[in-house]
Design a protein around this ligand. Structure first.
Ligand code: NAP
Length: 306
């Protein structure tokens, strides 16, 4: 809980900056629903999974390794289903897709939450800059692999970030996906988060005419393990100001949990949400040609992966 929340009022949804994941699901019964959350081993993913389970959903928790997923699921009481899903390893993502198919479940919500931020040096997976690969390409492979398992009114929720505004001016650097020519930690984090947003919007367009939805969210700014690659001094300053100006993890998990299950959003698709309300993204996040191009480039890329 931060001091800042006392200066912010709730939006039209009735929720806002200070709302927690428990508050936005208060009174809801998710019995009979199934939700998959990636990055369940830490931060917002763990809290999202905890609250969905608290409201009665069957939860599938995906983490980099089976061991991490099992530890997170056991911490919640044991009935959550652990899944290994290392997003930078296509074989692991496909293994996760297969594991979900074997379970034979219908997914009511698929929360693409896992992510990495601001790697100090350019790293790559399969020739693609690692934040773009992990945050976008890995989730693209997972979601497109699981579309058949998505319930008729299933929801895909993709974690973007206000940091999508830091993406390059041209949006996605299609001619330098490996960041060989130029690398800047925040620009490339921003690019991956713009890709998350464009992916949700293009998916929503492709699901048009069905009751399935896809939305992107900015969770707020929260001190979690996401900052692990930030310099030590920045992390300490962040830690000091956190109680004053940052959201708590309980508040940070609210928007994605709200988007995943709240009845008022059943027909909302292709939207960008922040503080549990509709929000405005950077102008090119609404460019259908850019979103379609990213989808087609990613599709070709994953088709060529081992
Ligand atoms: N915190 C914020 O202020 C903030 C703001 C805007 C957007 N977001 C977004 O919110 C999401 C959740 O972040 P968080 O703050 O909860 O961070 P976090 O505590 O670091 O959690 C991130 C989760 O993603 C997992 N992950 C990282 N790389 C992965 C990979 N290659 N394959 C599979 N899982 C991987 C992590 O697993 P390990 O722990 O094993 O690495 C962890 O479980 C991210 O998408 C982030 O971009 C966060």
């Amino acid at each position: 809980m931060s001091l800042y929340q006392h200066f912010r009022s709730n939006g039209p949804s009735g929720f806002g900056y200070g709302s927690t994941a428990e508050e936005v699901t208060a009174g809801l019964s998710l019995a009979g629903k199934t939700a998959l959350v990636t990055g369940c081993s830490s931060g917002l993913g763990l809290e999202t999974m905890r609250v969905l389970r608290l409201r009665g959903a069957r939860v599938l928790g995906a983490a980099r390794t089976g061991e991490k997923a099992r530890a997170a699921c056991q911490a919640l009481g044991g009935d959550a289903v652990p899944l290994a899903c290392e997003l930078s390893d296509p074989a692991s993502v496909r293994g996760c897709v297969e594991a979900v198919r074997r379970l034979g479940v219908r997914l009511d919500a698929l929360v693409c939450n896992a992510g990495i931020m601001a790697l100090p040096r350019a790293e790559r997976a399969h020739g693609v800059e690692l934040q773009l690969f992990t945050n976008h390409v890995g989730h693209f492979l997972l979601v497109t692999g699981l579309l058949e398992a998505l319930a008729e009114d299933g929801r895909v929720v993709v974690l973007s970030s206000g940091a999508h505004r830091m993406a390059p001016r041209e949006g996605i650097r299609f001619d330098d996906l490996g960041a060989e020519r130029h690398y800047a930690p925040w620009v490339h984090y921003g690019q991956s988060k713009l890709a998350n947003l464009l992916f949700a919007k293009e998916l929503a367009r492709r699901l048009a005419g069905t009751r399935r939805t896809a939305n992107a969210v900015h969770p707020g700014v929260i001190q979690t393990n996401l900052g692990r690659h930030m310099p030590g001094l920045a992390r300490r300053v962040f830690g000091l100001v956190s109680p004053l100006v940052l959201k708590s993890v309980a508040q940070g998990a609210a928007t994605q949990t709200y988007a995943a299950v709240h009845p008022s959003l059943a027909a909302t698709t292709g939207a960008y949400l922040a503080d549990c309300n509709l929000a405005k993204a950077r102008a090119d996040a609404d460019d259908p040609a850019l979103a379609r191009r990213l989808w087609e480039v990613t599709e070709r890329l994953v088709a060529g992966l081992p």
